[in-house]
Write a protein that binds this ligand. Structure first.
Ligand SMILES: [Zn+2]
Length: 360
């Protein structure tokens, strides 16, 4: 029989944490230095820490000595981009999550599509783990590069509560509970045409508030919305159907902006439940869905800001294009007739062609 502690944390007879109550999650995982999976304290167990982007991925894409650039232009080498993790959890994560995903990635687009259809939980967990690790890492990253402006860390600005459910989901492989299919959110796998240079084999972006993530591994792109139960992809269906070929890198980033933006406008959000019955040792994640995904009034200014953040550095835009971007009406995906622009080079130059209509 499991035991529920006063802080809502549920442990089994051996002391293994099945479920982290919110306060313990905040104290031990977000603000403490416990193993981010099992919650062990350093010294209690051997630790070998976990790369935010798994080692096999760094090896595959030749990223070990390269650096990730954070939003404030700070850089950290990928091989030093790690979070606290015990050896035992690291091994388990390797067996349960990393192995199926690395095999799928090795088989390219087809492999990932097959994984998404056949074992979507592995991909859902893998992407959430990266999302969580990235943000946990932000506890140690300075917000201001110039120390005279303040000593705050990026993580000081987070509402960590927002990560609690994602964390609960991501450790299902450790705790052994069931996750209902609706909770997987929306995941999109699609071919991407390298646009800028062959040595940019990797791209990553995420949005903490929007609960979205973008990953490009060579010519395969992955996009995820974690907390919408698939609503956003449902709303984008017509738009996605019009994409008839591989997208360029900027087009791929635009899709990320679109998903983030729409997720921030869902009228009724799914309600996520954690059902636990300690007496019969049962835990499962379920959700109550709105009848259909609907949007509140769209804030195009917000789209403009998201767009500028995600794509602003990629081109030098003329004034008129910049105004269209800020107004939230710019698209690199479709021409004035709503037809997909299926040439990567053409898309890369599209800033000069200019299009001010976003058709959804
Ligand atoms: Zn652990």
């Amino acid at each position: 029989m499991w035991t529920r502690h006063a802080d809502d944390t549920v442990v089994d007879a051996t002391g293994k944490i099945i479920y982290f109550g919110l306060q313990r999650f905040l104290d031990d995982i977000c603000l403490g230095d416990c193993c981010f999976i099992c919650g062990a304290r350093p010294g209690e167990k051997p630790f070998n820490n976990e790369h935010v982007f798994p080692e096999w991925l760094l090896r595959r894409l030749d990223l070990f000595d390269k650096s990730i650039t954070l939003f404030n232009k700070a850089t950290v080498r990928y091989d030093r981009f790690t979070v606290p993790c015990c050896t035992e959890c690291n091994t388990l994560m390797g067996d349960e999550v990393e192995t199926p995903v690395s095999q799928a990635v090795g088989a390219g687009l087809d492999g990932l599509v097959k994984l998404l259809k056949g074992h979507p939980l592995a991909l859902a967990v893998w992407m959430r783990l990266i999302f969580i690790k990235t943000h946990l890492k932000d506890r140690t990253m300075r917000f201001h590069l110039d120390a005279r402006k303040g000593q705050q860390k990026i993580g000081d600005f987070y509402q960590w509560e927002q990560l609690h459910y994602t964390h609960t989901f991501a450790r299902c492989f450790y705790a052994g509970y069931e996750v209902h299919r609706d909770n997987f959110g929306g995941t999109l796998v699609l071919p991407v045409k390298p646009t800028f240079s062959a040595h940019h084999r990797f791209d990553f972006a995420d949005n903490f508030i929007g609960q979205t993530m973008l990953l490009r591994l060579d010519d395969v792109g992955l996009l995820a919305v974690f907390d919408d139960c698939g609503g956003v992809l449902g709303l984008m269906e017509r738009q996605l159907q019009r994409i008839t070929g591989p997208v360029s890198e900027p087009q791929f980033r635009e899709l990320f902006v679109e998903m983030t933006w729409l997720n921030m406008h869902l009228k009724d959000r799914p309600v996520f439940n954690i059902e636990i019955d300690p007496a019969i040792e049962m835990c499962r994640l379920t959700s109550d869905l709105p009848p259909k995904p609907e949007l509140i009034e769209l804030d195009y200014g917000l789209r403009g800001r998201l767009y500028e953040h995600a794509l602003g550095g990629l081109f030098s835009y003329d004034e008129e294009t910049m105004a269209a971007i800020k107004a939230g009406k710019f698209t690199l995906l479709f021409d004035r007739d709503g037809k997909f622009i299926d040439h990567a080079e053409e898309a890369a130059q599209y800033a000069a062609i200019r299009n001010t209509e976003t058709k959804t």
